[in-house]
Design a protein around this ligand. Structure first.
Ligand code: MN
Ligand code: MN
Length: 320
């Protein structure tokens, strides 16, 4: 399209207005697996446009495209730390992970195969979902050298066992499967923001495994600093994954999601918590469950894209 030299910097709004051109995550270069500059990528932003694990209201298959669009409003400098992530590490939009929209088990294999290659390439992935089941095959790809820790923001534990007559794989089960498969060390898993009416036995099972489950009420009583200090202590300096379900945030701010629960974080509280993850040994992060059909205004996707920028900054900070 142009013969300007390749750069890992986002397209400047001075060169091309933010609403113009083809959108990529944060206006970064599109560097798919197998292309020229792939081996120089430090952090790859990846879409997983798949919601075959959704049990109720679908739509997150459309998340990556709307998140890309809204993410074009993100500028290059963090408002608090001053970090310029795109100048510090080579960041790129790797495109979308291959999926199968009608065969759940085939989709899981495609996603885990792709993330295995991402890990082998030494790229730290920042993923835009997709429903929350995608975190399971992502962890299968990333946990090649033993179980990971995880800091998980969600209204739900996603530790349920099964649904619909024994189906083991849906977006309420990824972390139960991940613990069973040895991908996560349950004693280094922290879940923050858990709430809502329950019927699954998921919390009880998680507590038995040693998962630290911080309900929204306990979070409210303890406060952000105490919660995040504890979370950092639990994962320690071990390799840790961050999974952020947009439904952890209150539906007043994030209505575009399939399983909303009232009484959640504000946008600012979510930002303040993610910022506390800087310096941890992070192997990747995801932002899942943005469902554009339930918020065609794009407000939820803008919030999701902004949380992705916060996640990107702590991934960069953790890389030293
Ligand atoms: Mn979830
Ligand atoms: Mn959830």
């Amino acid at each position: 399209m142009t013969d300007t030299p390749f750069s890992f910097e986002p397209v400047s709004a001075g060169d091309l207005p933010r609403f113009a051109g083809m959108p990529s995550f944060m206006r970064l270069p599109h560097v798919p697996m197998g292309s020229d500059h792939f081996d120089k990528v430090d952090i790859g932003i990846i879409g997983v446009p798949w919601d075959g694990g959704t049990s109720n209201r679908p739509g997150p298959r459309h998340g990556p495209r709307q998140l890309r669009d809204l993410s074009t409003m993100i500028r290059d400098r963090h408002q608090v730390s001053g970090l310029r992530p795109f100048s510090t590490k080579n960041c790129a939009d790797l495109g979308d992970c291959p999926i199968n929209p009608i065969d759940l088990m085939a989709a899981l294999d495609l996603i885990s195969g792709y993330y295995t290659k991402i890990a082998q390439a030494g790229i730290t992935p920042l993923t835009a979902g997709g429903d929350h089941l995608i975190s399971l095959p992502i962890l299968r790809g990333l946990a090649q050298n033993g179980p990971l820790g995880m800091i998980h923001f969600d209204a739900h534990t996603d530790l349920a066992d099964s649904a619909f007559g024994g189906v083991k794989y849906h977006h309420g089960t990824p972390f139960r499967r991940a613990i069973e498969e040895g991908l996560l060390d349950p004693k280094r898993v922290v879940q923050i923001g858990i709430r809502g009416t329950k019927a699954f036995g998921d919390v009880e099972w998680g507590l038995e495994q040693g998962v630290r489950i911080i309900t929204i009420e306990e979070w409210y009583d303890l406060g952000i600093k105490a919660v995040m200090d504890e979370a950092r202590q639990i994962v320690g300096d071990h390799p840790t994954y961050v999974s952020f379900d947009i439904d952890s945030i209150d539906p007043a701010f994030a209505p575009g999601t399939g399983t909303p629960e009232i009484g959640g974080f504000t946008s600012l509280e979510a930002q303040l918590m993610v910022r506390k993850l800087g310096g941890l040994n992070l192997v990747g992060a995801d932002l899942v469950e943005v469902s554009p059909p339930f918020d065609q205004s794009g407000a939820t996707a803008w919030l999701g894209a902004s949380i992705m920028f916060e996640l990107l900054c702590v991934l960069v900070e953790g890389m030293g």
